[in-house]
Design a protein around this ligand. Structure first.
Ligand code: CA
Length: 293
């Protein structure tokens, strides 16, 4: 049984999310969605730098040509990490003022997939899943999504794994990396109701899925072939939102958390809610793909 996750940065994020390790820069990027913050954490100095974006930021991914791409309230934008300059690449859902972007990640070809949800929380079918191409055109890939969340690709690139949180499932799709098309959805993992809600997700070097449990105080490891849970890391606060392997050996599991909705009593008991945590689960991750456009 691996040790529980330990606090790294007492960030007190409202809705910490979107952890992703940028191997080229040896930095962890993560966001506070509702505060509109992009965070850059350097484990060597243990410093966390914050960029104020000025609008909700659902997710952040590194960009091959420099800087990062963020999914902001109504579209995709580039963000210069030195100047903080935001440049919108393409608008999405400007006709749906109550929606915002949520989690996302790049596919093996460097396209960015990210989905939307209602600003008001769980509104059934309000969201969609989008794919931002390298040429900055965007395609709507799924409709009728409620809380678009964790997304990751199998190591052989043939499968996309995706979480729409209220389903309590990980859905697998056959993936065509040449065209960025998905087909044949089927449930491969089901999270027991008493373990919280599936949120963010990453994959390790053995092809196993790591899932953050919102309301479940843990990150769990699953075999998508058998649907069995094979490991779990306790996180000492309930709202666990995303996870990413990082560090120079990709053996450090970074975990984001939230404090939104916790009342005064809960916050007294959970003073580190909204912090950035780290665990050493004994397996390695794989490098995240940069946006290629
Ligand atoms: Ca999330």
């Amino acid at each position: 049984m691996p040790k529980a996750a330990e606090l790294v940065i007492d960030a007190k994020a409202t809705l910490g999310e979107g952890a992703i390790w940028h191997a080229q820069k040896q930095r962890l990027y993560w966001v506070d969605i509702l505060a509109g913050h992009v965070h850059i954490y350097d484990p060597v100095t243990n410093r966390n730098r914050t960029i104020e974006v000025g609008q909700p930021v659902g997710t952040v991914v590194p960009r091959r040509s420099g800087g990062v791409i963020v999914a902001v309230r109504h579209g995709f934008a580039s963000l210069d990490l030195e100047s903080g300059a935001l440049h919108v690449l393409c608008e999405v859902e400007h006709d749906l003022p109550n929606n915002r972007f949520n989690d996302g990640k790049c596919d093996p070809a460097g396209r960015l997939w990210a989905g939307t949800m209602s600003m008001h929380g769980e509104e059934p079918g309000a969201g969609s899943l989008y794919c931002l191409e390298q040429d900055h055109s965007v395609r709507r890939m799924l409709t009728g999504v409620t809380v678009s969340n964790g997304i990751v690709w199998s190591l052989d690139q043939s499968t996309m794994y995706y979480i729409d949180t209220p389903t309590l499932e990980v859905t697998a799709f056959d993936y065509d990396v040449a065209t960025g098309s998905i087909s044949r959805p089927r449930a491969v993992v089901r999270i027991p109701k008493d373990q919280g809600l599936p949120d963010g997700m990453t994959i390790d070097a053995e092809g196993m899925l790591w899932i953050a449990h919102w309301g479940g105080s843990q990150v769990s490891r699953w075999d998508p072939a058998s649907g069995q849970q094979i490991q779990a890391v306790h996180v000492p606060t309930p709202l666990v939102t995303s996870c990413a392997f990082g560090g120079s050996n990709l053996d450090e599991l970074y975990i984001t958390t939230a404090r939104i909705g916790l009342d005064e009593t809960a916050l007294r008991e959970q003073p580190h809610a909204g912090g950035l945590f780290r665990a050493y689960p004994g397996v390695r991750g794989v490098e995240a793909v940069e946006f290629a456009g």
